[in-house]
Design a protein around this ligand. Structure first.
Ligand SMILES: [Zn+2]
Length: 334
């Protein structure tokens, strides 16, 4: 899932995301509830009417954002300050559920308590307990049958807590299950160990979603462990800084060596940047700060991520996933 923080994937249009082939995008409830506000979105026909995105939209609950803002937590919910005007807001599991129903998400995430790592075991355990009681409250607050609701597993990198959380959240009956609280400061090894810990306890008849991991190695390692869904802002964020993602690794297009490079970013890529424009032009655009440079690179990077997952899917069918994972590790390990 490409991430549309403020009602759009930065630098590109909903129609272009559709053309690449994506079926789901992620919208940030936290940002949308502050600006333009839930009532405004509702009055325009919900997220789909407002953003022009016709396919599925998953919305996060704001749990990760409020953690990043240093929210204070109680049994009731989380209190945080708006990044826009400093105003104080409270979000509870019930309110997060209602907000996502009101704005018309197709997939809603429960409100969870995410912990930045490293963190002490007591803090991780407390966050997990709160996440569990909030998950049950969010499930009880659900009223729309046309919307899927995903639960979130926490537990930091405490592997016994991860397993306990996977079993608890799986028992509630959500339409999908997410692994949260990773890619927040732990090592790659600790992240993969945590995925291993939970996967056998997460049912295989619902989607399993690894939150906030979208780098090529992270994605392919997680797919190898049975994960079905991902989101990450990185492919579009690095694009705006001049970095192209390819099956051979990354290209820093601001580098002088691309100044007269007539080749496309990637030979076999179907994106508009590769079909029409030489590396030299894209380098020029990002170097002089033309917004179209970021647009072309965002389209390319999102097409790369889409193709990576498509290749993973094919390689699962043909029994060659290990070989694909090996080539991605080799291309992206430095
Ligand atoms: Zn391309």
């Amino acid at each position: 899932m490409p991430v549309g923080t403020r009602g759009t994937i930065k630098a590109v249009l909903a129609t272009q995301i559709e053309q690449i082939g994506f079926e789901v995008v992620l919208g940030n409830t936290y940002h949308l509830m502050l600006r333009p506000g839930v009532e405004t979105i509702q009055s325009l026909g919900g997220l789909h009417g407002f953003t022009g995105w016709k396919r599925n939209m998953l919305t996060d609950s704001g749990g990760y954002q409020v953690m990043s803002l240093g929210a204070t937590y109680s049994d009731k919910g989380a209190v945080f300050r708006s990044i826009y005007d400093g105003s104080i807001h409270e979000v509870t599991p019930e309110r997060a559920t209602l907000l996502q129903e009101n704005i018309g998400a197709d997939i809603a995430m429960v409100l969870d308590v995410c912990t930045n790592l490293p963190a002490g075991r007591d803090e991780v355990a407390r966050a997990m307990e709160l996440t569990h009681s909030w998950a049950k409250r969010a499930r009880s607050a659900k009223t729309r049958n046309d919307q899927a609701q995903f639960g979130i597993v926490q537990g930091g990198v405490e592997q016994d807590l991860r397993r306990e959380s996977a079993q608890f959240i799986s028992s509630i009956g959500f339409e999908g299950l997410a692994i949260g609280g990773l890619a927040v400061g732990e090592s790659r090894e600790a992240m993969l160990e945590s995925i291993d810990s939970v996967m056998k306890d997460l049912p295989t008849d619902v989607p399993r979603y690894l939150m906030g991991v979208g780098d090529p190695i992270g994605v392919i390692e997680a797919i190898s462990r049975g994960v079905d869904m991902f989101d990450c802002v990185a492919p579009s964020r690095v694009a705006r800084h001049g970095q192209a993602m390819t099956f051979e690794g990354k290209l820093h297009l601001k580098n002088l060596k691309f100044a007269r490079d007539s080749r496309p970013i990637e030979d076999d890529c179907p994106c508009v940047a590769c079909q029409r424009f030489p590396r030299a032009l894209i380098r020029h655009l990002v170097t002089v700060g033309e917004p179209s440079g970021g647009t072309l690179l965002t389209l390319h990077n999102l097409t790369f991520m889409y193709r990576l997952v498509e290749r993973a899917r094919q390689s699962i069918r043909s029994g060659t996933l290990n070989a694909l994972a090996g080539s991605i590790r080799a291309a992206w390990s430095n």
